[in-house]
Design a protein around this ligand. Structure first.
Ligand code: GDP
Length: 526
C-alpha cells in the first residue's frame, strides 16, 4: 500500500466523557468490531490483570480509577483505527489533555440521563481550542433518560455546538425499541441482552415505509415520524465541512452495554472522521505525506514493572513511513537514535513495530532521554508544538522519611517531572523539594510510586504557597530579581527559575517591582 493509502485509511481518535458515562464499555464494543477482542469484558479484565501485576498501581486499585492511558489499534471497514484511551478521573486530566494533542478527532460520550457533566465540558473545551471534530454518542438509552430534544438542546446551548442527529431513538428505558438511522434510512431494532452480537439493520424507503408500521407499535411509529419531522425542522443537516471545523457534531443514540448503536458510530467515523492532519512545528507545517518521518512525544509512562526503570515514550507519527531500524534525530539533544524496538499497541498485545504511518502511535522504550513535547525527525531541526503544559495548582513539600535518602528522592522527583507526572521545584534555600500538581490525588500516586519504584518512603506536607510561576526575561534582571527574593526562588527539574508566591499580594508586588520580567503559569514543553 502506498503512503497516501495508508494515510487515507487511518483514523486516530479519543473518547471524552465524564466518569461513568460508559467510555470503557464503548471501548470494549468498538474493539469487538475490530475483531481485536473476542468477548466483552476483555478490556476490563486486561486492565485488572495488569493492575494485579503492578504494585505501584495499588492506589488506583484502591480507588477504582484508571490512572494509565493506553492506545488500541484495530482494523474495521478498511480503516485502521487508533483509539487513545484517557483516564476519566479529573485528577489525571493532564494526561488526558496531552493525549488529545495526539488525536485527530474525538467521540464525546454522554449519559442520556445526565447530559453534559462537568468533566465532559472541561474536555470539550480542550477539543474546542484545537477546533477538533467531535462525534457525540448518547449512551444508556435502555434506561430512563432525558428527552432527546432536551439533550440536543443542552449540547447546543452549553457547548455552543450545532447538533445534527445521525440517528433517532424510538422510545427509551423499558420501551426502547431501537433507532432510526437518519443518514442511511434504516431501522435498527433493539434486542435487549445481546451485548456481544451486532444488531441487524433493516433498510427502509424513508419514514413512510410501511415496514415501520409492521415492525413497531403504532404509537412508536407515530412518535418517530413526528419527532423526525421536528428534528429536520430544528436541526441542521449533517455536513462534513462544519463537522471537520469543529462547529457541528453528528449525534448517535445507543446503548453501549447492549452493543446498540455502536456499529453506526464506527461506520460514521470510518466514513467522515478526519484522516491524520498536518503537524504544526514552530518552523513550518509538516504534511503527513511528506516522505521523511517526523514524530513527537506526547506522553511518557513508567514501565508497569517496578523492577525496571524503563519508560515508554508514546510517540505520534506525523509524517512519512516509519520502518524498524530507522535512524531518528532527537531534536532537543541533537543525538541520533537507531530505533529497533518501537512498539505497536494492538488491542490484545504489544508487538514490535515493523512499520508505522502518520496517525499511528508507537511506544519507544527509553531510560529518560525522551521527554514530553520532544520532536524526532530524520535530521531536520524542527520542533512540534501543541503538547500542553499545566499550571501546578496545589503545592506540597516532600521529604524522605530517612534523611539519608534525600539524594535518591531528588533523582526520583526529577524523573517523575520529566515524565510529566508532576512539577518539581528545588527552592534556593532549604533542603525540601516542592511538588506541584493539578489534582490532590496525584500526591497519593506520587508517594506510592516513589516508595515502590524508587524505594524511598517519603511524606508530602502542606505548604503555605499559593502558586509557582516561571520567570522569564533578561538574564541580568532575573539575577537581580532572584537575589532580592531568594527565599521565594526555586528552579524546576530543567533548571529554569521559578517564583514561589505565598499569596496574590506577594505575586503582584513581584510583578510591579520587575515590570520587564514575565511571570508564566505554565511552561511550553518544546
Ligand atoms: P466509564 O467510567 O465512562 O468508563 O463508564 P463504564 O463503561 O465503566 O460504565 C459505567 C457503568 O454504566 C457500568 O456499570 C456500565 O455497565 C454501565 N453502562 C454502560 N453502558 C450502558 C448502557 O448502555 N446502558 C446501561 N443501562 N448501563 C450502561
Amino acid at each position: 500500500m502506498s503512503l497516501a493509502q495508508q494515510i487515507e485509511r487511518r483514523r486516530t481518535f479519543a473518547i471524552i466523557s465524564h466518569p461513568d458515562a460508559g467510555k470503557t464499555t464503548l471501548t470494549e464494543k468498538l474493539l469487538l468490531f475490530g475483531g481485536a477482542i473476542q468477548a466483552a469484558g476483555e478490556v476490563k479484565a486486561r486492565g485488572e490483570r495488569r493492575r494485579a501485576r503492578s504494585d505501584w498501581m495499588k492506589v488506583e486499585q484502591e480507588r477504582g480509577i484508571s490512572v494509565a492511558s493506553s492506545v488500541m489499534t484495530f482494523d474495521y471497514l478498511e480503516r485502521t483505527f487508533n483509539l487513545l484511551d484517557t483516564p476519566g478521573h479529573e485528577d489525571f486530566s493532564e494526561d488526558t489533555y496531552r493525549t488529545l494533542s495526539a488525536v485527530d478527532s474525538a467521540v464525546m460520550v454522554l449519559d442520556a440521563a445526565k447530559g453534559i457533566e462537568t468533566q465532559t465540558r472541561k474536555l470539550f473545551e480542550v477539543c474546542r481550542l484545537r477546533d477538533m471534530p467531535i462525534a457525540t454518542f448518547i449512551n444508556k438509552m435502555d434506561r430512563e433518560t432525558k428527552d432527546p430534544f432536551e439533550l440536543l438542546d443542552e449540547v447546543e446551548q452549553t457547548l455552543a455546538l450545532d447538533v445534527a442527529p445521525a440517528s433517532w431513538p424510538i422510545g427509551m428505558g423499558r420501551d426502547f425499541k431501537g433507532c432510526y438511522d437518519l443518514i442511511h434510512d434504516q431501522l435498527i431494532l433493539f434486542d435487549r441482552g445481546k451485548g456481544d452480537s451486532i444488531s441487524e439493520s433493516i433498510k427502509c424507503q424513508g419514514l413512510d415505509d410501511p415496514k415501520l408500521d409492521e415492525l413497531l407499535p403504532d404509537y412508536a411509529v407515530e412518535k418517530l415520524r413526528t419527532d423526525v419531522e421536528m428534528v429536520r425542522e430544528l436541526c441542521p443537516q449533517f455536513n462534513l465541512k462544519d463537522y471537520l471545523e469543529g462547529t457541528l457534531t453528528p449525534v448517535f443514540f445507543g446503548s453501549a452495554v447492549n452493543n446498540f448503536g455502536v456499529q453506526e458510530l464506527l461506520a460514521g467515523l470510518a466514513d467522515f472522521a478526519p484522516r491524520p492532519r498536518a503537524g504544526k512545528a514552530l518552523e513550518r507545517q509538516v504534511a503527513p505525506d511528506e516522505g521523511k518521518v517526523t514524530a513527537f512525544v506526547f506522553k511518557i509512562q513508567a514501565n508497569m514493572d517496578p523492577k525496571h526503570r524503563d519508560r515508554i515514550a508514546f510517540v505520534r507519527v506525523v509524517s512519512g513511513r516509519f520502518k524498524k531500524g530507522i535512524k531518528m534525530k532527537h531534536v532537543r539533544s541533537g543525538k541520533t537514535l537507531a530505533i529497533h524496538n518501537a512498539q505497536l499497541f494492538l488491542a490484545q498485545d504489544r508487538a514490535v513495530a515493523e512499520e508505522a504511518y502518520p496517525g499511528d502511535i508507537i511506544g519507544l522504550p527509553n531510560h529518560g532521554n525522551l521527554r514530553i513535547g520532544d520532536t524526532l525527525t530524520e535530521g531536520e531541526m524542527i520542533r512540534f508544538t501543541g503538547v500542553p503544559s499545566f499550571a501546578p495548582e496545589i503545592l506540597q513539600k516532600v521529604r524522605p522519611e530517612d534523611p539519608m535518602k534525600a539524594k535518591h528522592l531528588g533523582r526520583a522527583l526529577e524523573q517523575l517531572a520529566e515524565e510529566g507526572a508532576a512539577r518539581v521545584f528545588k527552592p534556593a534555600l532549604g533542603s525540601d523539594w516542592v511538588v506541584g500538581v493539578v489534582g490532590p490525588l496525584q500526591f497519593d500516586v506520587l508517594a506510592d510510586r516513589i516508595r515502590t519504584e524508587y524505594e524511598v518512603p517519603c511524606r508530602f506536607e502542606a505548604t503555605s504557597l499559593m502558586t509557582a510561576e516561571w520567570v522569564e526575561g533578561d538574564p541580568r534582571e532575573i539575577k537581580k530579581f532572584s537575589d532580592q527574593n531568594r527565599a521565594s526562588m526555586a528552579v524546576d527539574h530543567a533548571g529554569a527559575p521559578v517564583y514561589l508566591a505565598r499569596n496574590n499580594w506577594h505575586l503582584d508586588k513581584a510583578k510591579d517591582d520587575f515590570p520587564s520580567l514575565k511571570f508564566l503559569k505554565t511552561k511550553e514543553e518544546v
